[in-house]
Design a protein around this ligand. Structure first.
Ligand code: 5GP
Length: 126
């Protein structure tokens, strides 16, 4: 089955400059900005600029340059926000996908969450 992408999603609109965002980092292929509904003192979303709905879509179809840029951007955000494990107290990365993952916005985003103790991993909802 081919991957699809809906370019009317809110992060596509952010990338087109149609709605504002609080940018933390912009690179050639990625953008990082603060989550509008932060769940912790640090809550940044890192997205690829390309049209990928989920992590598996990105991993299957993005170029090597996009994949390297995205991973390095996530690491840089960890360092910039002070949560990096080598000098801060750590963080959690979350990439929700699809219905079971309860993905709200169908454009790949990695949540970088930290700044306080996060507790253990989530429990299943059912
Ligand atoms: P998901 O459940 O898809 O993994 O998470 C989507 C995230 O996007 C949520 O944490 C939500 O607060 C955030 N979000 C939704 N709309 C906006 C927006 O317009 N701007 C920003 N900065 N974050 C948004």
């Amino acid at each position: 089955m081919a991957y699809t992408y809906d370019d009317q999603n809110i992060f596509a609109k952010i990338l087109r400059g149609e709605i504002p965002n609080d940018t933390v980092l912009e690179t050639e292929h990625s953008l990082a900005f603060r989550d509008i509904n932060a769940q912790a003192p640090t809550h940044v979303l890192v997205i690829p600029k390309g049209p990928y709905a989920t992590f598996d879509h990105f991993a299957a179809e993005a170029s090597d340059a996009e994949i390297v840029d995205f991973n390095r951007a996530i690491g840089e955000v960890c360092r910039m926000t002070g949560v990096a494990a080598d000098r801060g107290d750590g963080y959690r990365l979350i990439a929700n996908a699809g219905a079971d993952g309860v993905q709200e916005v169908p454009h790949l985003h990695v949540h970088v969450i930290g700044g306080h103790m996060l507790g253990r991993m989530l429990q299943p909802a059912r």
